[in-house]
Design a protein around this ligand. Structure first.
Ligand SMILES: Cc1ncc(COP(=O)(O)O)c(C=O)c1O
Length: 354
């Protein structure tokens, strides 16, 4: 066998769960099932040959995004989705044997990218009620740690860290020169971004994505925000044309249509309440979140319910093998129609299991 890079032996292959999903009820990947802004589709219909034949330009998208978040254009770097933002930050700041704090359970890409770099990961379990492990995290910020990761709101835990706790972490990390990589993938649904903190903290790197509230998951568009000197370093690692021209056009139209985003957020909030009520009525134990998914404790029936939903073409995510997530299915917030299909199926499945 041809030799691979040293650390790959310890990395398991990531199997994207997005296969054979067409015409199914897709409540498994936290996409925006209400869809992107119609203005995105209009903009894409109006492309011409130059958009295809010439290399992409990013200035306008960077300017609009920076203006939207009240930061400078020099503080923004676009990436090929949030996954690529994570890779870019880790590739820039992590060397072999560096120690990194990772609260778990979490989004799998962190562990994969850290292992590829040969980092030593210190796993910090979330609290049993899914709240952020503040005490252990704060205590662990000391000499010898290179990076701390925070996903806010958490995924799959679904809860936000308290604002004073986040500030205290960023501040302590700053005094020890520890990078804080803050993933704000779901921030639209919690209503809070910490983008303004990059002005004060040179150790803070924030990543966001256009995959969720903006509804552009298929376009692969994400970005990093941080102080200029950090962006310059990460630019060295980012491929020069990693975001394609159509994603730029889609991103521009999406960020200009904030009415659509507000509609998406309020619909997600309403539908999450609806699902919470209906799942409770069925005798299941849902956990409320500040994201576009809900967690539901299905007890000993978890695997059976997952399987039987899949047989009916209803896709949810079985996360029960994760720490703290025993018996739990993760259900993305979709449309009322999709939720009615899901609830009708559960009404058939649950009695048949007893
Ligand atoms: C916490 C978290 N971070 C990052 C991502 C990456 O998103 P994308 O690569 O689609 O931008 C996801 C995707 O679901 C996520 O849940």
């Amino acid at each position: 066998m041809i030799r691979t890079s040293k650390h790959l032996k310890k990395v398991s292959q990531y199997q994207p769960p997005s296969r054979k999903r067409s015409r199914k009820v897709k409540l498994d990947l936290n996409e925006n099932m209400l869809g992107c802004s119609p203005k995105v589709l209009d903009a894409l219909k109006n492309i011409d040959w130059e958009n295809i034949s010439c290399y992409p330009e990013y200035d306008l998208l960077i300017e609009k995004t920076a203006a939207h978040y009240h930061v400078k254009p020099e503080q923004i770097l676009f990436t090929n989705g949030g996954d690529d933002a994570i890779r870019c930050a880790i590739d820039t700041y992590i060397m072999e044997s560096d120690r990194v704090l990772l609260p778990v359970p979490t989004f799998s890409m962190f562990e994969i990218q850290l292992k590829i770099r040969g980092a030593r990961i210190r796993y910090l379990p979330y609290q049993p009620d899914f709240s952020f492990p503040f005490d252990t995290y704060h205590r662990s910020l000391c000499k010898g740690i290179t990076m701390g990761i925070i996903v806010n709101p958490g995924s799959p835990t679904g809860k936000s860290i308290k604002q004073d706790q986040l500030l205290s972490i960023v501040e302590k990390a700053n005094t020890h020169n520890i990078v804080i990589l803050l993933d704000e993938t779901y921030h639209h649904f919690s209503g809070k971004t910490n983008m303004e903190l990059i002005k004060s903290y040179s150790n803070l790197i924030i990543m966001q994505t256009f995959s969720k509230a903006f509804g552009l998951a298929g376009m692969r568009l994400g970005f990093i925000a941080s102080q200029e000197q950090n962006i310059l370093q990460m630019q060295k690692v980012n491929l020069p044309y990693t975001v394609n021209s159509l994603a730029v056009i889609a991103g521009l139209a999406a960020i200009e249509d904030y009415d659509h985003i507000n509609k998406v957020i309020s619909q997600v909030n309403n539908e999450r309440e609806f699902l919470y009520r209906e799942l409770t009525k069925l005798g299941l134990r849902p956990h409320m979140t500040e994201t576009n998914f809900i967690l539901v404790d299905c007890g000993n029936y978890c695997n059976d319910i997952f399987q039987q939903l899949a047989e009916r073409g209803i896709l949810v995510r079985n996360i029960s093998s994760n720490l703290r997530m025993e018996h739990i299915l993760r259900i993305s917030i979709g449309t009322r129609k999709e939720h009615e299909i899901l609830i009708a199926a559960l009404k058939e499945i649950i009695p048949s299991l007893k």
